[in-house]
Design a binder for this molecule. Sequence first.
Ligand code: UD1
Ligand code: CA
Length: 449
Amino acid sequence: MTERSCLSIVLAAGEGTRMKSATPKVLHQVAGLPMVAHVVKAAQGAGGGDLALVIGFGADALRAAAQSFAPKADIFVQEQRLGTAHAVLSAREAIARGYDDILVMFGDTPLVEADALSAAREGLAQGAGVVVMGFRTENPSGYGRLIEKDGALAAIREDKDCSEAEKRITLCNSGLMAISGKHALALLDQVGNDNAKGEYYLTDIVALARKAGLKVVATEASFENALGINNRAELAAAEAIWQARTRRAMMLSGVTLIAPETVFFSHDTEIAPETIIEPNVYFGPGVKIEAGAKIHAFCHLEGATIGPKADVGPFARLRPGADLREKAKVGNFCEVKKATVEEGAKVNHLTYIGDARVGAGANIGAGTITCNYDGYSKFFTDIGAGAFIGSNSSLVAPISIGERAYVASGSVITENVPDDSLAFGRARQKTLPERARQLREMRASAAKK
Ligand code: UD1
Ligand code: CA
């Protein structure tokens, strides 16, 4: 769009008592990311420039969390919550630096989209002093109403201050606003608190801008953009909308979802085209999947990288640091943590691979366990390329199994196995001919007495 400078102000001072939580409301998560971080992401997507975060309740927790989702933000503490205009003015120092555009957003509207923010900024670029993002709803109770006069936006009236006629208006204020940086402080400083709630309303700047002869316009966005979350039921509703949006975007980008409504993504899930995700798969944060991979039903994945044409599940759990290379296979009831499974290696059934490398083409038999933990420290298991681990073996780390080595089934391996060697780590079998029959006869005659 433009080279216009921009300051994005995110209001996040509220306590959110209806969440019934010690965690500040805006830190509750949608798709594994705090709501306020979704808002920040949307602002960044709209070229939102510098960021100011207005916090109050739970300031310490918010400050700490902001380190990861908005490390460069200016943080302002609003000591007393006197209204949305008062909250914006907490960032006075940032506004005074002089920006072309000021974007104001609420931290509890996680579904706001970059496009809607861009549209509001576009209004400023075309000469408006204030742009209000409106939305329509058949149930407008609680929202500020957009009051239009002669086809132009004249004022915003808060629900509690509306007349009966005004209450029937269905065009509402989402809360999101774009304000010309040149006029922002002058307008905000004129806002008073003579209203039903005794608060300094940001919405009052609409009428004030009109009085000052500035152009004021309303854009219309979808309801989701305006969806403010107040309790955990609404949080779940936002999650559902986010998931539905993401499933659709994934499918349109070339990912097959057989039963999309049963697959749950994280905010940062990356999946290349030509992949197939079967039903009931859950993505925690940090998963990346390359082209041609297949994820079978009922897998739980987090912090994992899945290489091209790899095959996972059904019923597999990949934990942080799982790194599956091209055509690797991790099958049913297997868990992989902090381990590389190299090209074409197979970990097919009932196995735990943790703190390990499984070399290319190696075959790990059913029930194999890397014993990586002694109750104090974690140790590494290195399995060479082409090795074959017989079923039900325990590899006691630190340990290394050489290339093309062979471990007999049922072994407990505590010493390194060199390349091309065969290792038995189990008792030798002893067979006593006819002994079973004798035992049976002895027991039967003892029982008769
Ligand atoms: C606000 C709007 C209303 C709009 C609605 C959309 C105003 C006056 N009203 O009403 O027109 O339809 O949002 O959801 O702007 N906050 C602070 N400090 C404060 C007050 C609020 O940080 O002193 C934050 C809150 O944490 C919240 C946001 O600003 O994230 C909105 O405040 P809230 O009190 O919920 O406003 P509403 O009454 O919902
Ligand atoms: Ca609200």
